[in-house]
Design a protein around this ligand. Structure first.
Ligand code: KIV
Length: 313
């Protein structure tokens, strides 16, 4: 497999899909072609997302809520994020894989932030990391960039700041707040950021920030004028068990699909219609006859010898 291209291993298909890089995202911005992005947290969904041609896959710390069932993103640890990033990495051939740095992993010191980010690259195969916050993160962005780790920044409604914000509230609604967001974005770009996620802010503010930056903006709850869009996978397919936010559009109902499948399975097991004969393994009539004859057990207890013969068959 070349570094820049991959060939589908499963289908043997001849189509060669170019590997997405930050250069690709930059070119898309310049050409006015929208960047597509989704979160993924495991092998199966990451494969589906990647095979659909999504440009950037974020192993978001939102997994704390949608996969692990926490009330916020704050509890998830570096080791847990590494575990999920590895699973996603094994699935993805085409998209850029970005690992979200969890709360506390880059807040104590810049040195600790760089060390933790290096773990995501070295131990989990991430191609970039994402960090939340404004101008206060500039030094970290510089140091990560110097360390050859591309950084995606995240501005606006930053869920790791839920306690400071007093809830998940739209940001940048006053002139001063909007100016601060735009200034932060410019400073992060100057510090070396490869892209910026703009979350939970008025469309107009995100639009102005997008027009002021050379690097791509990827919006979530920030209107249609960003260079790209990202959604949490579980929101997209109705697996979040919560009322969707205003900005979420659901493209499928996996909860209904899964429920129907699980209820069908439970019904069929209870009715003894699953598994049926075609879904069972079989042995020859000779073996069945011998199994039924008492002397074939040759001193072994009957249940043990039967189990052995069936496994071998
Ligand atoms: O953790 C996450 O999923 C995110 C996206 C919402 C951008 O940060």
């Amino acid at each position: 497999m070349s570094i820049t291209n991959f060939r589908s291993a499963d289908s043997g298909a001849q189509t060669v899909t170019p590997k997405v890089t930050f250069q690709t995202l930059q070119e898309k911005k310049q050409a006015g072609r929208p960047i597509t992005s989704l979160t993924a947290y495991d092998y199966a969904t990451a494969r589906l997302v990647d095979e659909a041609g999504v440009d950037l896959i974020l192993v978001g710390d939102s997994l704390a809520m949608v996969v692990m069932g926490y009330e916020s993103t704050l509890p998830v640890t570096v080791d847990e994020m590494l575990h999920h990033t590895r699973a996603v990495r094994r699935a993805v051939r085409h998209a850029i894989v970005v690992a979200d740095m969890p709360f506390g992993s880059y807040h104590v010191s810049v040195a600790e932030g760089v060390a933790n980010a290096a773990r995501f690259v070295k131990e989990a195969g991430a191609e970039a990391v994402k960090i939340e916050g404004g101008a206060a993160r500039c030094e970290l962005v510089e140091r990560l960039t110097e360390a050859e780790i591309p950084v995606v920044c995240h501005l606006g409604l930053t869920p790791q700041a839920v306690n400071r914000m007093g809830g998940y509230k739209v940001q940048g609604k006053t002139l001063a707040a909007a100016e601060e967001l735009a200034r932060d974005a410019r400073m992060l770009e100057a510090a070396g950021a490869a892209a910026v996620v703009l979350e939970g802010m008025p469309r107009e503010v995100a639009s102005i920030i997008t027009s002021q930056l050379r690097i791509p903006t990827i919006g979530i709850g920030a209107g249609p004028d960003c260079d790209g869009q990202i959604l949490v996978f579980h929101d997209l397919v109705n697996l979040s068990f919560s009322r969707p936010a205003k900005f979420v559009r659901q493209y499928g109902d996996a909860a209904a699909l899964f429920r129907q499948a699980i209820e069908g399975y439970v019904h069929d097991v209870e009715q003894r219609s699953f598994p049926d004969d075609a879904e069972s393994y079989h042995v020859s009539k000779d073996i069945i006859g011998a199994l039924k004859a008492p002397d074939v057990t040759d001193g072994l207890k009957a249940p043990e010898s039967k189990a052995y013969l069936v496994r071998k068959a």
